[in-house]
Design a protein around this ligand. Structure first.
Ligand SMILES: N[C@@H](CCC[C@H](N)C(=O)O)C(=O)O
Length: 281
């Protein structure tokens, strides 16, 4: 099986082209390949395939084999893959995902014909179970959580829940560098408040247009970046008065830019993406 490793801000996935390869048990494959010592090593796998309603489709699996309904960084990598591997010559691409059809806009460097930046319209941020309506995408024990206080291990946290097609619990703190994310992340991921588990973003304000974030991803642990998480952090930050609706988000592996268009309620995620290497197993 041939694959390509790609990353976006250090959020690394193994990309498999279903036009060339057959995958029978993607969850099991993701566990095996993602393992950093005995496998290839990644935050999960991404399958690129055909679609009836959109130009292409994308499925993604976390390192523990669970399926992620949306992945902002993978969607952007898929845009680069489709263009640079000659599967499209379009710079506007529609991509079917488990949380609906997303639209990608590619910025091409005319002299190299390489994709420099990829923006994905992540769709509307959903803040309450009521707004999620029939689409669902997540279960929450409460209707919504805006700056909602919780306490465990004698520590207090305030959570704002945002669905970007996948669930995010956003927590603003003062010093994220010293955070024991391996201890706290899984506890919040598994709180009863989140029957589907949740991704957890720990966010620090640099200024109103710039935030820093560390992320504990559902199913993958701490990752170097999370695109949907960056979107959720800006939406949550804007709602509770911590940042503007357009902000840069710095994560361990790099920077992404997020714009929450208040008129349409849609969230745009922009940044670069990179091929790491091709492999065969
Ligand atoms: N890293 C991703 C999100 C991947 C899925 C997530 N762990 C989930 O289970 O919801 C991104 O860039 O958005």
């Amino acid at each position: 099986m041939r694959f390509e490793k790609m990353h976006a801000a250090g959020n690394d996935y193994i990309y498999i082209n279903l036009f060339e390869e057959k995958v029978e048990n993607p969850g099991e494959l993701s566990i095996r390949l993602s393992e950093r010592h005995f496998g290839v090593g990644s935050d999960g796998i991404v399958l690129i395939g055909p679609s009836v309603q959109a130009d292409y489709s994308m499925l993604m699996y976390n390192a523990d084999g669970s399926e992620g309904l949306m992945c902002g960084n993978a969607a952007r990598c898929v845009g680069k893959y489709l263009y640079e591997r000659g599967m499209t010559s379009k710079n506007e691409i529609s991509l079917s995902t488990k949380s609906g059809i997303k639209h990608l806009s590619l910025k091409i460097n005319n002299s190299t014909n390489k994709v420099e930046l990829i923006q994905v319209n992540m769709g509307k941020a959903i803040l309450s179970a009521k707004d999620a309506g029939a689409k669902g995408y997540f279960q929450l024990a409460l209707n919504e959580m805006i700056d909602y206080p919780i306490q465990f291990d004698e520590q207090k946290y305030r959570i704002t829940f945002v669905s970007m097609g996948n669930p995010h619990a956003v927590i603003f703190l003062h010093n994220i560098e010293s955070l024991e994310i391996e201890k706290i992340g899984p506890k919040i991921e598994h709180l009863n408040l989140f029957p589907d588990r949740t991704n957890v973003e720990f966010v620090e304000v640099v200024d109103s247009k710039h935030i820093k974030m560390r992320v504990w991803e559902r199913g993958s642990g701490e990752t170097f970046a999370c695109g949907s998480g960056a979107c959720a952090a800006v939406v949550a930050g804007n709602i509770i008065g911590k940042c503007k609706s357009k902000a840069k988000v710095n994560m361990r592996g790099g920077q992404l830019e997020v714009l929450w268009d208040k008129a349409s309620k849609e969230v745009y995620l922009t940044g670069d993406a990179h091929f790491v290497y091709k492999g065969e197993i």
